[in-house]
Design a protein around this ligand. Structure first.
Ligand SMILES: NC(=O)c1ccc[n+]([C@@H]2O[C@H](COP(=O)([O-])OP(=O)(O)OC[C@H]3O[C@@H](n4cnc5c(N)ncnc54)[C@H](O)[C@@H]3O)[C@@H](O)[C@H]2O)c1
Ligand SMILES: [Zn+2]
Length: 372
C-alpha cells in the first residue's frame, strides 16, 4: 500500500540557520532508521525522550536503529512540564559526556513539546552544538513546538526563559502515534489547529469542524492533512520573521488571555483549553474595538465547541486576576497589554505593521465578562 507522503520545506532563515524539511506520513515511522540516516547521518545517536514515550516508542526505535547498524542509546527523563529544567538538561548532558559521545553524535528528540524543547536545547549546547532530528509524538508538538527552531527550558522566573534557536535537520511526523495520546491532549493540540485556521485560513477552520468525527477517531489520513496545513501556516508566519518582531506575533492569537488562564489554574488547565477560551475572549475584544468583524467570536465558539474544547471563562476565575496576569505576560508594554486581533476569520489585523494592539483594561474586562 502506498500512502501519501508530504514534505514541507522550511526555508533557510535570514540569520543563516539551515533550511530543513518537515516530512509527514501515516506509518512513515516504520522507515525511521532510513529517514534519519538520509537526513542526518552520524556516527552515534542519542535519543532524548521522557519515560512514558520511551516505553511506548523508544524501545521500538532503539531496536530499529540497532537493526540498521546504528549505535544508539536512550537518555530518558520523567515525563512532565516540571522536568523541563536546567537540572534535567544538566543530567542529560552529564550522562552523554560520561558515555563519551563526541561531535560525531546526532540527537533524536522523541516525544511531546517537553522532549522536543529539552532535547533541542541539549543539542544546541552539547559540545557547542550537534545536529538534532525532531520526532514529535503529541499533536501540539507536531503542529507547533517542533516547527520554528525554538528550544529551551523553564526557570523559576518563568517558562522558556533560557534557550536557543536550533533548527532540526528534519522533523518526521507519523500521526499514527497519536492513537496512544490521551484524548484531552489531542483536543488541546486541536486548539492550535483552530488558531492556525483563525489567523490564516477560514476554509481550513471550517474543515476542522466538518471532520470532527474523523479527528476524534484519530483517523491517520485526516490528521495527516491537518498536520500538513497547520505546519504550512506556522512555517509561513515563522519564516516571515524568525525572531518575533512582526508577523510571527500573529501566532500568539488567543495566548495573552490563554497564558493568564493557564497560570491562574496552576497549570492544571491544559494549554489548548486555555487558548480556546482565550481565542473566544480575544475575538470579543476585537469585535468591541471594531477591528474584528462581528460574528467571529461566535463562529470560533462554535468550532471549538464542536471539538469538545471549552469556550467559557470558568465560574471560579476572577476577571480582575486574569487582567492582572495579562500585564505580566511578555507581550505587555507601556502599561497596556497588547493583543493580536483578527480582522475576520482567516486574517489577522496587521495593526500598521505592529501586529498587536494595546488595549485598555476596560475593554478586556467587558469581553471577559461576556465570555462567562
Ligand atoms: N518550541 C516551541 O516553539 C514551542 C511551541 C509550543 C509549545 N512548546 C512547548 O511544548 C511543551 C508542551 O508540549 P506537549 O503538550 O507535547 O507536552 P509533553 O511533552 O509534556 O507531552 C504531554 C504528555 O503526553 C505524553 N505523550 C507524548 N506523546 C505521547 C503519545 N504519542 N502517546 C501517549 N502519551 C504521549 C508525554 O509523556 C506527556 O506526559 C511546553 O513545554 C511548551 O513550552 C514549545
Ligand atoms: Zn500555544
Amino acid at each position: 500500500v502506498s500512502r501519501p507522503l508530504y514534505r514541507i520545506p522550511v526555508p533557510q532563515s535570514v540569520s543563516g540557520t539551515n533550511g530543513y524539511e518537515i516530512v509527514v506520513g501515516a506509518g512513515i515511522w516504520r522507515s525511521l532508521p532510513g529517514l534519519i540516516e538520509r537526513y542526518c547521518l552520524a556516527h552515534r545517536y542519542a535519543v532524548v525522550t521522557d519515560h512514558q514515550v520511551a516505553e511506548l516508542y523508544g524501545s521500538r526505535l532503539l531496536r530499529a536503529m540497532h537493526g540498521a547498524g546504528h549505535r544508539t542509546d536512550i537518555y530518558a527523563f520523567p515525563a512532565g512540564e516540571e522536568q523541563k529544567t536546567r537540572a534535567t538538561w544538566g543530567a542529560i548532558t552529564d550522562a552523554m559526556l560520561e558515555a563519551g559521545l563526541g561531535r560525531d553524535t546526532a540527537l533524536v528528540a522523541l516525544g511531546g513539546g517537553v522532549a522536543g524543547d529539552l532535547g533541542g536545547f541539549v543539542a544546541a549546547t552539547y559540545l557547542r552544538g550537534i545536529p538534532v532530528v525532531q520526532l514529535p509524538t503529541t499533536l501540539l508538538a507536531m503542529i507547533d513546538a517542533s516547527v520554528g527552531g525554538k528550544t529551551g527550558v523553564n526557570t523559576p522566573a518563568g517558562k522558556n526563559l533560557v534557550g536557543a534557536f536550533w533548527p532540526p535537520r528534519v522533523v518526521v511526523v507519523d500521526p499514527e502515534v497519536l492513537t496512544t495520546l490521551p484524548a484531552a491532549q489531542l483536543r488541546s493540540g486541536l486548539a492550535e489547529a483552530v488558531k492556525h485556521g483563525a489567523i490564516a485560513d477560514a476554509a481550513y477552520l471550517d474543515g476542522l469542524a466538518t471532520r470532527r468525527e474523523e479527528l476524534r477517531a484519530v483517523d491517520p489520513e485526516a490528521l495527516c492533512e491537518l498536520v500538513v496545513r497547520s505546519v504550512e501556516i506556522k512555517v509561513e508566519f515563522v519564516t516571515r520573521d524568525e525572531r518575533e518582531a512582526g508577523p510571527r506575533k500573529a501566532l500568539n492569537f488567543g495566548h495573552t488571555i490563554g497564558h493568564a488562564l493557564e497560570a491562574l489554574s496552576g497549570y492544571r488547565m491544559l494549554h489548548g483549553e486555555a487558548v480556546a477560551i482565550g481565542m473566544v475572549a480575544e475575538a470579543r475584544i476585537g469585535e468591541r474595538c471594531g477591528i474584528t468583524e462581528p460574528g467571529v467570536a461566535e463562529a470560533l465558539r462554535s468550532v471549538l465547541g464542536s471539538l469538545d474544547l471549552p469556550t467559557a471563562l470558568p465560574q471560579d476565575v476572577s476577571v480582575e486576576r486574569v487582567i492582572e496576569l495579562t500585564r505580566t505576560d511578555k507581550k505587555g508594554r507601556k502599561g497596556r497589554t497588547e493583543y493580536v486581533l483578527l480582522s475576520r476569520l482567516g486574517a489577522v489585523d496587521p495593526a500598521g505593521e505592529r501586529w498587536a494592539h494595546p488595549i485598555a483594561d476596560e475593554v478586556v474586562r467587558e469581553a471577559l465578562s461576556a465570555t462567562r
